[in-house]
Design a protein around this ligand. Sequence first.
Ligand SMILES: Cc1cc2nc3c(=O)[nH]c(=O)nc-3n(C[C@H](O)[C@H](O)[C@H](O)COP(=O)(O)OP(=O)(O)OC[C@H]3O[C@@H](n4cnc5c(N)ncnc54)[C@H](O)[C@@H]3O)c2cc1C
Length: 397
Amino acid sequence: MNFDYTPDQRRWRDAAREFAEAEIFPVAARLDKEQKFPYEIVAKMCDLGFMGLTVPEEYGGTECDFVAYNLALEEISRADTSVGITMEAHVSLGCAPLLAYGTKEQKEHYLGEVIRGGEKLWAFGLTEENAGTDAGGTETTADLQNGEWLVNGEKKWITNSGTDITGGVTVIAKTGERENGKPELTAIIIEQDTPGFTRGPGYEKTGWRASDQRQLYFRDVRVPEKNTLGARGKGFRQFLSTLDAGRVAVGALSVGLAQACLDEALKRAKERRQFGRSISEFQAIQFKLADMAMEVELARNMVLKAAWLKDRGRPFGREASMAKVFASETAKRAADQAVQVWGGEGFMETSNVARYWRQVKINEIGEGTSEINRQIIARSLLSDEPATAAKQKMLAQ
Ligand SMILES: Cc1cc2nc3c(=O)[nH]c(=O)nc-3n(C[C@H](O)[C@H](O)[C@H](O)COP(=O)(O)OP(=O)(O)OC[C@H]3O[C@@H](n4cnc5c(N)ncnc54)[C@H](O)[C@@H]3O)c2cc1C
């Protein structure tokens, strides 16, 4: 056992912490209020290499291991989860499938020439009106005609899909039907300026208000067959595996937010006086702080254990689901207790904790709800199979 970070992991964590404290935390409340995408911050994060983490240098990235990426993401999210999800969706959902399943030419073109370490963002479009948890409900279709995919349909809530610096999206589309009557799903790369591909205006959200989510419309969109990502019909497996890693990262994002709640609770506990004493002297407040600190520590360890397994090429699906559920629920409890420590001031939008309380809920929903992750964990326990195999069976039913 070795709980020490490698020099590279420490370097990325420290660099992210320094940047987040100096450049993100001071403007996080304003970003949330104005609901404006943080172009300047994302450009600086690209220059510093955060938007290319885990992507090999030969494809324009700042190659690092998965642990280092999650450490950096935690620090960015501690300052602001809008910026955190922008980074996470780009690296884990945008770049990772291109890297894992792309041909050499696709990687050179999309990662190396279009994305270039985050100068352009890439999105991942799975969710639709009738395909949320149940991706088998995908209604977007892609028909192969004379060497081109003809894509028609709509996607919903797709992160990073409508910014001025979005390069494109990888969409999951129905390309046929399997022998067992289930849909054949295929991942298809669609660049932003492709004719017939348009985007909606964005949403009025409870949290992640400075991040970008759009409705996507595909009306007779034509892309060459070579835009297929991986083999035809492998889209289902690809997004399961993409979401496994994404769940670890949403866990890291949640740990960052939980830590931010603890930071604010500690600050207020020391500053606020009642009955002639600091409220930090009351055992009721001390126990809240102690519980928050214990859970944050445990959630962080779970995220890092799952990331460490992935770095070693070992199965990590069960641990990813565990880390995501526990970290997101830790963050929810931490936000609740942080507001409690702040009292009435915590109910005011002038406090950071009010914003954290609004922002925290989505972590239990995005990239697999807590319910579905609990099912994945339980199935893997009951069948004694690695979580990914159990999950494929479950979702195929
Ligand atoms: C801000 C935001 C950003 C997002 N970004 C992206 C993105 O970039 N790309 C993308 O593809 N998607 C994205 N999504 C979609 C997100 O992944 C989905 O919201 C999520 O997968 C859940 O789907 P749903 O919201 O349709 O919930 P539903 O599937 O309608 O679920 C509703 C409830 O039913 C429960 N439920 C459903 N099925 C079962 C079951 N079999 N057993 C038990 N309980 C069940 C769920 O757990 C949940 O509690 C985003 C969503 C939001 C809000």
